[in-house]
Design a protein around this ligand. Structure first.
Ligand SMILES: *[C@@H]1O[C@H](CO)[C@@H](O)[C@H](O)[C@H]1NC(C)=O
Ligand SMILES: *[C@@H]1O[C@H](CO)[C@@H](O)[C@H](O)[C@H]1NC(C)=O
Ligand SMILES: [Cu+2]
Length: 299
């Protein structure tokens, strides 16, 4: 009966796997589009990328092209929103980047290689009078296509960096998705500074190595400076009403406000094949030996 107990063991392991979160829907002009219509679909479910040298840092695992992804036309100056399946709940900053697609290449074909990425948004923590940090944890993140951005095709990349497991015992986790856009209108701005991904974060940045639970009073989001032509954004708020999505997210019962984002380690639906616990199934990173709940840590 060895095979039976093995099967039971695997089933038990599979049911312990926890959900993280993945930015899977794009909202523009009041329309919340179906999952992965304009966002490249990754192949690692909602697990993070942690290898600072990997091309997976660009548009997530399996996201080097977007063959099955459509490209949305937006106007420079338009606002847009990324929505995740469940609210982001690992403490850390949120950034958005863009990269212009080289001429002769479609947005779907572009792999994001080269020194082409510029940052349009950083959302770091706020510190109250007593020094307690509040992170921009939400299910939706809204920003604006810079009004002076030259017209053309772009990748638009959202990145939430989970630094809840302090380095070096823990490894910061990148939660990433890329949308494919054709920007109309626009201006003659010169986006920059331009960086390459990987390479844009080396692992020595204070915003990467910081322990947010000890003497944590200030924070600088890693990566390049935000392009001066960009105009900011926000976490949370309305993501607009849902269109008739043929493919709604599996979990929509999650909280949308940061204050209740402590109950979101929900079980994933049973994987089709499981050989071991998912690499970051316990949410704590490869070597995490500390707390295994997110509620209240450092608060
Ligand atoms: C996507 O397109 C690229 C470039 O045409 C091609 O090399 C790759 O095999 C395609 N991938 C899929 C999954 O169709
Ligand atoms: C906080 O500020 C100090 C002084 O400028 C700096 O050395 C440190 O790297 C900052 N910490 C973070 C996490 O950004
Ligand atoms: Cu997690």
């Amino acid at each position: 009966m060895k095979s039976v107990s093995l099967a039971l063991g695997l089933a038990a392991l599979a049911s312990q796997a926890s959900a993280h979160y993945i930015f899977e829907q794009f909202n523009h002009g009041g329309t919340l589009y179906p999952v992965y219509q304009y966002i490249r679909q990754n192949t690692n479910n909602n697990s993070p990328v942690t290898d600072l040298k990997s091309t997976d840092l660009r548009c997530n695992v399996g996201g080097l092209t977007g063959n099955a992804t459509q490209t949305l036309t937006v106007a420079a100056g338009d606002s847009f929103t990324f929505k995740s399946d469940i609210a982001v709940y690992h403490d850390g900053p949120l950034s958005m980047y863009m990269a212009q697609v080289p001429s002769g290449t479609t947005a779907a074909e572009f792999d994001g290689s080269g020194q082409v990425w510029f940052k349009i948004l950083d959302l770091g923590p706020t510190f109250d009078a007593s020094g307690t940090a509040t992170w921009p944890l939400a299910q939706t993140y809204t920003s604006t296509i810079p009004a002076s951005l030259p017209a053309g095709s772009y990748l638009l990349r959202i990145q939430q960096l989970g630094i809840h497991n302090p380095y070096p015992a823990g490894t910061p986790q990148f939660y990433i998705s890329c949308a494919q856009l054709t920007v109309t209108g626009g201006g003659s701005g010169t986006p920059g500074p331009l960086v390459s991904i990987p390479g844009f974060i080396t692992g020595t940045e204070p915003g990467y190595t910081v322990n947010i639970y000890t003497n944590f009073h200030n924070y600088t989001v890693p990566g390049p400076a935000v392009w001066s032509g960009a105009s900011g954004g926000s976490a949370g708020g309305s993501a607009g009403t849902s269109a008739a999505a043929p493919n709604p997210p599996a979990s929509s019962a999650a909280p949308t406000t940061p204050t209740v984002a402590t109950t979101t380690h929900v079980a994933v639906s049973s994987p089709t094949s499981v050989t071991a616990v998912q690499k970051y199934g316990q949410c704590g990173g490869a070597n995490w030996k500390g707390a295994t709940t997110t509620g209240g840590i450092g608060k």
